[in-house]
Design a protein around this ligand. Sequence first.
Ligand code: 5GP
Ligand code: MG
Ligand code: MG
Length: 191
Amino acid sequence: MAEGSGRDADIERVIITEEQIRQKIDELAKQVSADHAGAEGGILLVCVLKGAVMFMADFARALGRYGPQLEMEFMAISSYGQGTTSSGVVRILKDLDRDITGRHVVIVEDIVDSGLTLSWLMKYLQSRSPASVEVVALFRKPDAIKVQVPTKYVGFDMPTEFVVGYGLDFAERYRELPYVGVLKPEVYARS
Ligand code: 5GP
Ligand code: MG
Ligand code: MG
């Protein structure tokens, strides 16, 4: 993988492959769908942009095959800026477009690192009187956690390392990679 040109050439190591992601998303969709069987109004997916964009697209299609009624909302929040560590300061860049009162909300998150962003978002959504709020996070770094967040559905636990791909960026790049990997040290040196 790393022998390729362009974006692949900047990757030192692949941590999670495209096929592993595909399989895991199907498992998560099956579970979320089963747990929401009969949920009134179906499921309202809330995608956290930009990192969760790939996960949202694939997860929604996987869920769709299991049949629950679905609607999608998008929020954009920022906690990282251009760097690689969480600041804990969350800014809303794009809010929900509508009322979530009485709805069964599932937050679609890319990765739980310190947990600061998710903890803030849970409180924010809960204050809007939904019927329920659960979180599905594709990745989690258990050793980096600073605030415990009840994340009911987790795809993969990974080591505390900065990763890119499958929606995750470094300085807005590498989101399009279909797998998740670690960048070569020289990539940071030249930016
Ligand atoms: P937290 O608040 O849990 O520390 O992380 C908040 C957000 O930071 C995540 O939702 C994700 O968008 C971003 N993030 C956390 N870890 C990584 C990482 O290893 N790589 C990238 N590209 N983004 C990350
Ligand atoms: Mg995120
Ligand atoms: Mg980022």
